[in-house]
Design a protein around this ligand. Structure first.
Ligand code: ATP
Ligand code: MG
Length: 361
């Protein structure tokens, strides 16, 4: 049976202070969709299905649509630090606020594709032949690059009507090799995939594997903002400086500039070392969020259930924290979006002026 979203769950997911009576009024005046009723006529209990949630989120939630379509890459050179977890939480939260979102996974391990609940039934196939047949029906970026399928045909809708994704396949390795022989090889993703997606989506999230390869350069060339999780553990602390230098060199070499947001993850409040590392990040890493994702069993369970933390465990502390982090990250992305708009209007003015001067001369 489809998951139902009660009043209590809705105010938790959207961090909203809307009252029950205001929501009922909005429902009866048609401002939000009609809820399903359970509990009998004398005590009807309202609950909404996920397909209408984005209309409620847009009205009562905390995320506003960006002025122009935004592209966010999630990457760092450390594995298992919650990159895909962040992609899922940000993507589902945005979609639930009626922000039309597409997640593009670039990891041949297919973690974000699995987290989105796609083809998870493969292991239940009756036999190998049936599993291979089902596997053969999964298409991704490599099939598009080979001109086997148009882009629209590899974009799949998730359980939320405003959330889409391009499934990852093991052929991503072949894709990397294929684009390495093309001219403008660092721009293949931006020009062929992301630019057309920006015509249809408000937000594109690119979830990356931890090893730097050509697909990562493509993802960095295509993004407006980069999000890097920073694990509150000593190994990531050691890794941070090397990663930062790598990235600065990349920006210099490619003359690219994008905003960089850091999110501390796997924080353990009872460990002194973990707390000190988090404090160090806060004081020394520009673009670091105040909030940190705590290490938690609910966090693991949410991913396994293909849900964001606030959807999976709405009343938990970790869900509140995740919602606040998504809000903080989103505010930074909206600032980037505003700056992008200002720059593009300044560009338009200077182009117009130079055309006018040329015409006069
Ligand atoms: N809050 C949490 N606390 C602890 N573990 C978590 C939490 N959220 C998710 N996990 C688990 O951590 C593991 C790694 O998370 P995730 O896949 O997001 O990392 P990643 O950085 O994308 O990894 P990779 O580098 O392999 O792509 C997952 O198995 C997930 O179940
Ligand atoms: Mg991952």
């Amino acid at each position: 049976m489809d998951e139902m979203y009660t009043f209590q769950k809705i105010i938790k997911i959207f961090g909203s202070d809307v009252s029950r009576s205001a929501l009922i009024k909005a429902e009866s005046s048609g401002l939000i969709p009609t809820a399903c009723r359970s509990g009998g006529k004398s005590n009807p209990r309202r609950a909404w299905t996920i397909d209408v949630l984005p209309q409620i989120g847009e009205r009562y939630g905390f995320m506003k649509k960006p002025q122009s379509p935004m592209v966010v890459t999630i990457f760092t050179t450390k594995g298992g630090v919650l990159k895909s977890t962040l992609a899922l939480n940000l993507g589902r939260a945005a979609a639930l606020h009626n922000i039309k979102t597409c997640i593009v996974g670039l990891d041949m391990q297919c973690d974000i594709t699995n987290a989105l609940g796609y083809q998870v039934d493969l292991d239940d196939a009756e036999n190998l032949e049936a599993a291979i047949t089902r596997l053969g029906s999964v298409y991704g970026l490599a099939d598009f690059a080979d001109s086997k399928l148009p882009l629209d045909d590899i974009v799949i809708q998730s359980d939320i009507p405003t959330l889409f994704f391009i499934p990852e396949t093991p052929d991503l390795v072949a894709l990397e090799r294929a684009i390495s022989n093309r001219t403008m090889r660092d721009f293949w993703l931006r020009d062929k995939v992301i630019a057309p997606l920006q015509q249809k989506f408000d937000l594109v999230i690119i979830d990356c594997p931890p090893n730097w390869n050509l697909l990562i350069s493509n993802a960095l060339m295509a993004c407006d903002a980069l999000i890097s999780p920073l694990e509150c553990k000593i190994n990531n602390f050691r890794n941070y400086k090397a990663f930062k230098t790598y990235l600065e060199n990349f920006k210099k070499d490619t003359r690219r500039d994008f905003d960089h947001i850091f999110v501390p993850t796997k924080f353990i409040s009872t460990r002194k070392l973990s707390s000190e590392i988090r404090m160090w990040y806060l004081s020394n890493v520009s673009g670091c969020t105040n909030g940190a994702i705590r290490e938690s069993v609910q966090g693991e369970e949410a991913i396994a259930s293909h849900l964001s933390l606030p959807e999976y465990a709405p009343s938990s502390l970790v869900a509140d924290e995740m919602r606040e982090i998504v809000q903080e990250v989103w505010n930074k992305i909206l600032n980037t979006s505003k700056r992008k708009e200002i720059f593009s209007s300044l560009d338009a003015i200077s182009t117009r002026e130079s055309v006018e001067i040329t015409t006069r001369v």
